[in-house]
Design a protein around this ligand. Structure first.
Ligand code: NAD
Length: 499
């Protein structure tokens, strides 16, 4: 009799009688076809899985669930803790949330692992030596989804980067690199511009990296890093990035390795994990038996490794490599000359199944993973308490057409206690004091009130409240505020450009 293991077993290839419960969603567009192909291959390879199917995506959105998922599906996901997910179509338009972002955040899947490997000469690529992994932070950054419209002119999206979030992703990236026997971790940020948010990501990379002396570490500004990635990807090994850069650049990496249709991804959390293809539901290709199932199959192989079924994972992986090597290619990989046979989704799966038990003849065969699960360590680090002092406030005022000097004169008369107007900026550029007439202004002005440097004890919330009250009473509309603090004497805010 078979038994079902409720959670991934960390053991290396558990006894064949132990099966693991996995939640499966067939998705939209090409999703059902590539999932059927993937599951057939897993079954033929005797993966020890008990599948529970849930419905997500288009049909669920159409039933009025704005997140594209229902309560019963959450129940299955939380119980099994393992999700094999086909791509879904996200309806366009307001009110609808991205299911992918919701699932990653709700289940705490903080690390997105996306390998990109070239299979030259069997799959055409300009970068034959490419073999890299992007580890993308998966919960924070602009994907926190906190957006507001402040005025007729101004829309804003908040970029949230937290210390615990950075510590978790860095710990994971370095542990992953070590466990995979890889040698170098590169960090991409834009900390020359975003000194606090990307600056923290870079700083934590340096702090945690110091605990891995055997690994090489380097940091690149994301623009030149992206250019290098597109031009000479062979110089990279593991790259760790904040959410947005990682989302964009992992698609670039997959495409230049051969095709977005080749890449799979793992989304890892402390209690749950989700495995998928990196591409979307490709609606134009749906229902035609055309799509390449390789991305989802690669996701499933990562899942088998994660579940401790490294032997099955290697068997499937080697059969898949042999299929590519034999030139049996779906349309996205097919090139006359290198390919032997153009096949559809089903025939590609048949070809992989026929090769189970074989290894590639020229590409490097895969050895069963030694570590079943990359250790996921809680990163709560004990830090000494920090001294936080309120030293001012940025008040964002909606005043279309205002002249900065006139606005400053009105605000100077509204000071509260020790809080006095220090500067005004527009879209981050200082326009008072000083400023150039050439600077284009929109309707929202950021007005910074500070207490004098060296004031003992800082400002009070009462002073802040009185200031806001007098600004309103003075006929000006404030649409947003940000309090200014120092932390152990270091400002927790940036200066404006030009000031
Ligand atoms: P897409 O990745 O679905 O497709 C872009 C193009 O890539 C396709 O037209 C096709 O030419 C090619 N392609 C993608 N997968 C392929 C495969 N397996 N085999 C062969 N060719 C393949 O991107 P899109 O068209 O921008 O998005 C379509 C939908 O997918 C949107 O609704 C989007 O929101 C959604 N999406 C879902 C996910 C997910 O569920 N994880 C990820 C990205 C996009």
């Amino acid at each position: 009799m078979n038994t079902t293991a409720p959670n991934p077993s960390p053991a290396f290839d558990p006894p064949p009688t132990i099966r693991t419960a996995v939640t499966v969603a067939h998705g939209d567009g090409i999703g059902p076809e590539i999932m059927a192909a993937t599951l057939r291959i897993l079954q033929a390879a005797e993966a020890r899985l008990d599948l529970e199917t849930i419905e997500i995506g288009e049909k669920v959105y159409a039933r009025g669930h704005s997140a594209g998922i229902e309560a019963s599906a959450w129940e299955s996901l939380r119980r099994t803790g393992v999700f094999l997910k086909a791509p879904i179509t996200t309806p366009q338009g307001g009110g609808v949330k991205s299911l992918n972002v919701t699932v990653r955040k709700a289940l705490g899947l903080y690390a997105n692992v996306r390998p990109s490997v070239a299979y030259a000469p069997y799959v055409q690529t300009k970068h034959p030596g490419m073999n890299l992994v992007i580890v993308r932070e998966n919960e924070e950054d602009l994907y926190a989804g906190i957006e507001h419209r402040q005025s007729a002119d101004v829309y804003q999206c908040l970029k949230i980067i937290t210390r615990p979030g950075c510590e978790r992703i860095m710990r994971y990236a370095f542990d992953y690199t070590r466990a995979q026997g890889r040698k170098r971790v590169t960090c991409f940020t834009k900390d020359n511009i975003m000194k606090l948010t990307d600056g923290l990501f870079h700083q934590v990379f340096d702090e945690i990296g110091a605990e891995y002396p055997e690994l090489e570490k380097e940091h690149w500004i994301v623009d030149i890093g992206a250019a290098k990635l597109a031009d000479t990807p062979g110089i990279f090994d593991v790259i760790v990035m904040p959410n947005l850069y990682g989302d964009i650049l992992s698609d670039v990496a997959a495409q230049i390795a051969g095709s977005v249709g080749l890449a799979g991804s793992a989304n890892i959390g402390e209690r749950c994990a989700m495995f998928e293809a990196i591409h979307g539901s490709a609606p134009r290709r749906a229902g035609q038996d055309l799509a390449n199932p390789s991305g989802l199959l690669r996701g499933a192989i990562m899942m088998l490794d994660h579940l401790g079924q490294g032997g099955v994972a290697a068997r499937v992986h080697n059969a898949w490599l042999r299929t590519l090597e034999d030139g049996i290619h779906t349309y996205d990989l097919f090139h006359a000359g290198t390919s032997q046979q153009k096949v559809g989704t089903r025939a590609f799966a048949d070809a992989v199944i026929d090769r189970l038990g074989l290894e590639p003849l020229h590409l490097s065969p895969i050895k069963p993973a030694k570590a079943a699960v990359i250790p996921v360590r809680s990163a709560a680090r004990i830090r000494p308490p920090v001294k936080k002092v309120l030293v001012g406030i940025d008040v964002f005022v909606d005043e279309a057409g205002a002249q900065p000097a006139d606005l400053a004169q009105r605000l100077k008369g509204l000071r509260s206690g020790q809080l006095d107007l220090e500067m005004i900026s527009n879209r981050g550029m200082r326009v008072w004091p000083g400023g150039l007439p050439e600077t284009t202004c929109v309707d929202v002005f950021r007005c910074r009130f500070r207490i004098p440097d060296g004031t003992v004890g800082g400002a009070s919330h009462d002073e802040v409240t009185r200031l806001l009250h007098s600004i309103s009473a003075g006929g000006l509309e404030w649409v947003k505020t940000e309090l200014l603090y120092t932390f152990d004497g270091e400002p927790g805010f940036t200066r404006s450009q030009g000031g």
